[in-house]
Design a protein around this ligand. Structure first.
Ligand code: BGC
Length: 533
């Protein structure tokens, strides 16, 4: 079984993970210093590191001014090489962000492109004439609010920016631009990375005629996301998801495959695409499974925290995947309110068990293993215009000072709150019953379990307990496990298809012994039961 199908991926938000040079901002040396925690204490298999590239930081690194270097805030290329080597020495794979949809407006490509209409790089970006009345070429709205078009006075044309106006969209229809982007992949593959998380992959091709998007009569803001209200006022059908993008994805995949074959180490592409109908979602895997290896499953985040919705989402993904494809699950990331905030603190333990026992590759967001909730920052103090600072706060390693995130007396870029200090890694390691203790046990059980790593998924009918309970079997020729999850506050009983013994409870550090076929679950409790073969 290939490494990424077995792997648990851990997302690091580099600014907030660990500060190695005492300037209050996390960096690569900080991450290197915490690899033993990741590979050993916690026991994950791969890290996905958010963007480290040189950037004016308008969108905290997603506005890149050089795709083949490291921002001095985070270190330099030598630090990066050391990170890859140190991670590999611990059997940890390294996945980095690749941002193909846009650059910073300070990127030399854009500086050239905007310099004149006949500059050779003009067509590397999406430029269009104003409408006869001088207004923008289409009605498209940006995720950060307002029009996606910005008039460049000097050349009299508009450029497209699906995000902030400092993030112009590149033009993937231009073969030279594509070649330059594929060279970026090669640059990092040569440095040893194991894969890429590809930012907003569904956006890289737009309708070539720049057609207006249909207006949405009744906008329904998505409570699990943080987007500007303007974004929801239309159906985003022409400003993204043009089928041409599948050809571009195949070109990226071919580069990865070439490296995988040449080096004997599989390099992977993970697509970040928004939740969409399942047939459109699986199309990113490619007709011959020659697209991305998997796309982050945002449907699972957006499904709603109740047994019926989660069950529906799991079964829909299982049914939608073509033969040979592999599921994945994610419950939090850098752009969404944290799981503990979205679903309440009582959901944290049972969510850990859900995420780590489903068939497929799970991705954890840093700090979720401590049960962290969003921090409370008044909008006037947001550094990110969309308020995503709330889920990006510094990791509390110890219970004192700045939580060991940065030196004592240094001002961290976002506050380390008292609540975070009380949930530090240090204090939770001293308490087996902590959320971190549960994550460690779950990861160890998962790693040693053929059923959890590779077993089939089979729903269990939870009968009368159905409303609040989610239950499934993971079947492997060598082992069958039942996972029983009570999402509600009341005690309940679930009948197993055959007797078994409890392997792990979300509530007790030491599992109780065999329950027979009727398993009693406390409120918000999850258990894993090994069924007698
Ligand atoms: C990243 C965001 C970023 C956006 C534009 C994403 O989905 O995760 O943080 O603002 O892409 O690059």
């Amino acid at each position: 079984m290939t490494w990424w199908r077995r792997a648990v991926i851990y997302e690091i938000y580099p600014r907030s993970f660990a500060d190695g040079n005492g300037d209050g901002i996390g960096d690569i040396r900080g991450i290197i210093g915490r690899l033993d925690y990741l590979a050993g204490t916690l026991g994950v298999d791969a890290i996905w590191c958010g963007p480290l590239y040189p950037s004016p930081q308008v969108d905290f690194g997603y506005d890149i001014s050089d795709m083949t270097d490291i921002d001095p805030v985070f270190g330099d290329l030598a630090d990066f090489d050391e990170l890859v080597a140190a991670a590999h020495a611990r059997n940890l794979r390294v996945i980095i962000d690749f941002v193909p949809n846009h650059t910073s407006d300070r990127h030399p490509w854009f500086v050239e492109s905007r310099s004149s209409r006949d500059n050779p790089k003009r067509d590397w970006y999406v430029w269009a004439d104003p409408k006869p009345d001088g207004s923008p070429p289409s009605n498209w709205t940006s995720e950060q609010g307002g029009s996606t078009w910005e008039l460049d006075e000097h050349t009299g044309q508009y450029y497209l920016h699906s995000f902030h106006r400092a993030q112009p969209d590149v033009n993937w229809r231009n073969p030279e631009l594509r070649a330059a982007m594929l060279d970026v992949l090669r640059f990092w593959l040569d440095r040893g990375v194991d894969g890429f998380r590809i930012d907003v992959l569904h956006m890289i091709a737009k309708h070539p005629e720049l057609r207006d998007n249909p207006v949405r009569e009744h906008p329904e803001p998505n409570p699990t996301d943080r987007q500007h209200p303007d974004y929801d006022t239309q159906w985003h059908v022409h400003d993204r998801m043009h089928p041409d993008l599948h050809g571009y994805i195949r070109e990226m995949r071919a580069v990865l495959d070439e490296y995988s074959e040449r080096t004997g180490r599989e390099r992977i592409a993970i697509g970040e695409i928004e939740a969409m109908p399942w047939d459109a979602w699986v199309a990113y895997l490619g007709e011959e499974l020659d697209g991305v290896h998997f796309t982050f499953n945002f449907n699972f985040i957006e499904a709603g925290w109740d047994a019926e919705s989660l069950r529906g989402s799991i079964e829909a993904q299982e049914a939608a995947l073509p033969a040979g494809a592999w599921p994945n699950y994610v419950l939090s990331n850098l752009d969404r309110p944290r799981l503990a905030t979205r679903n309440g603190p009582d959901s944290v333990r049972v969510a850990a068990m859900l995420l780590l026992t489903l068939r497929g590759t799970p991705t954890l967001y840093y700090g979720d293993e401590l049960g962290l909730a969003d921090i409370d920052i008044p909008p006037a103090q947001w550094q990110d215009p969309l308020g995503r600072d709330q889920e990006r706060a510094p990791m509390p390693w110890t219970a004192r000072d700045n939580g060991g995130f940065t030196g004592p007396g240094v001002r961290p870029w976002l506050p380390v709150t008292a609540e975070y200090l009380s949930r530090s890694v240090e204090s939770q390691l001293a308490d087996e019953g902590s959320v971190l203790g549960l994550y460690r046990r779950l990861l160890a059980v998962r790693r040693a379990s053929p059923a959890l790593v590779d077993g089939d998924h089979e729903p269990i009918d939870t009968g009368a307990a159905g409303k609040h309970c989610l239950a499934y079997l993971r079947r492997h020729p060598d082992q069958t496990l039942a996972v029983l999850l009570n999402l509600g506050p009341d005690e309940t009983t679930i009948e197993l298809p055959a007797p078994g013994g409890v392997v792990l409870s979300s509530h007790d550090p030491v599992a109780t012994t065999g329950p027979g076929t009727a398993v009693r679950l406390r409120g918000y409790e999850g258990v894993i039961v090994e069924i007698a073969q």
